[in-house]
Design a protein around this ligand. Structure first.
Ligand SMILES: Nc1nc2c(ncn2[C@@H]2O[C@H](COP(=O)(O)OP(=O)(O)OP(=O)(O)O)[C@@H](O)[C@H]2O)c(=O)[nH]1
Ligand SMILES: [Mg+2]
Length: 387
């Protein structure tokens, strides 16, 4: 089971209470206050980790609870601060905070029957999060975000001693740790995304250009989870390409595997539209491309504006040549890369094209950085988050 979206409940540790105690020893019957402070509660921290590739561990254990701080004690002993709970999540995880639910009102009118809504619902039953609830984007290895801060420890009675009150019984309690509901959503981060109908040969292509081994099958929706492959380029450069499950008409309305994977395309700077040039299964590659572009546009107009090119696959089949000619006539301004993913033909050309695009992107980024005058690295060549 591949999990790229989970709801979790997090609770940071409460601060430990301060202590109210008095020094009592032989021959020192009234030794004054000596209650120590409480320790701080542990934070709940999410950390982007390269060794975690999905959110499955959180699906099975969705409650993240950090330990409370220790209580203060006599002889000025301070309570121990609790360790932070660090939870590894995949690089590219977005964190949304659910608004705190209203307290339940038993006298409230029961809600009216909901009318069937026009907008598609998420397939896994989790509502689509709102952009304003986004609190963090863990898009770099090692990046951390504290989702709940631990409470502060209370103060012991030793702090409340004064000239007028030599034996204070006052102490403060530790503050409670924060808690809340969060939605964690993973979006694969890759330079280029392979977008195409089922069976167009996306997974075969990823196998041909990288060391990734996604499953290849002659049936639709062989790929059910996005997978990122690392592609070695010239001059020891590397880039990443994401294989994404097949897209069908109506995907923006959640048909097929729907939104589940369009989410992942959002993080790709470049789109490789993979087409079955032979038009097997009685389809026309021209119609396929039109439908794919429309789906991207309907899901998010921003996606339709991403730079893209056509990867004309299955050029080993007899019908492919005629279709390629049609494409060259119709899409004059668009790069068309004819390949046969299965036999590895056209793969070196595709790789050098990718290299060109990676270098262009790097130059663009460097120029943008110079302009803004900041030396701060952005999210590693990925476009800003858009929804
Ligand atoms: N003749 C020919 N067949 C190919 C070529 N590339 C892929 N295929 C075949 O096309 C079928 C589908 O390939 P996949 O790589 O699984 O296609 P996909 O686009 O990943 O499909 P989904 O994961 O279902 O979206 C397989 O039977 C492949 O063997 C090619 O260049 N030529
Ligand atoms: Mg596939």
């Amino acid at each position: 089971m591949f999990i790229d979206r989970v709801r979790v409940h997090a609770k940071a540790g409460d601060g430990g209470d301060g202590s109210a105690s008095f020094r009592r020893e032989k021959f020192i019957p009234k030794g004054g206050p000596d209650g120590g402070d409480g320790g701080d509660g542990g934070d709940v921290i999410l950390r982007a980790d390269t060794h975690t590739d999905q959110l499955a561990n959180l699906f099975f254990e969705p409650i993240l609870k950090a330990k409370p701080g220790g209580k203060g004690s006599f002889r000025q002993r301070h309570g121990k601060s609790a360790p932070d709970l660090v939870v590894p999540v995949p690089v590219g995880t977005l964190v949304y905070r659910f608004p705190t639910p209203e307290p339940h009102d038993p006298f409230a009118e029961p809600p009216e029957e909901e009318e069937p809504s026009e907008t598609p619902k998420s397939k896994k039953g989790l509502p689509d999060p709102m952009l304003e609830d986004l609190v963090a984007d863990l898009d770099q290895v090692g990046k951390e975000f504290i989702i709940c801060h631990g409470g502060n420890g209370g103060r012991g009675n030793i702090h409340f001693k004064s000239s007028r009150n030599r034996a204070p019984r006052r102490f403060t309690e530790g503050t409670p740790g924060e808690e809340g509901w969060f939605l964690l959503e993973m979006r694969s981060i890759a330079f280029a995304g392979l977008v195409g109908y089922p069976n167009a040969g996306k997974s075969t292509l990823l196998r041909a250009i990288s060391r990734a081994h996604p499953k290849v099958g002659s049936y639709a929706f062989t790929t059910r989870n996005p997978q990122v492959g690392v592609v070695d380029l010239e001059d020891y450069r590397k880039t990443t390409v994401a294989d994404i499950p097949g897209l069908i008409e109506g995907a923006h309305e959640n048909r097929g595997l729907g939104h589940q994977f369009l989410r992942h395309v959002m993080r790709c700077s470049y789109l490789l539209m993979v087409l079955d040039m032979a038009g097997s299964e009685g389809r026309s590659p021209l119609d396929d491309l039109k439908a794919l572009r429309r789906e991207l546009e309907l899901y998010n107009p921003e996606l339709a504006d991403r730079p893209w090119c056509i990867v004309a696959n299955k050029m080993d089949m007899p019908e492919a040549e005629a279709n390629l000619k049609l494409f060259k006539k119709k899409y004059k301004g668009v790069t068309i890369l004819p390949i046969c993913a299965e036999l590895g033909e056209g793969i070196p050309e595709l790789k050098s094209f990718l290299q060109e695009k990676v270098e262009e992107e790097e130059a663009r980024k460097a120029a943008a950085e110079k302009e803004s005058g900041s030396g701060i690295q952005d999210s590693g060549g990925n476009p800003p988050l858009v929804y």
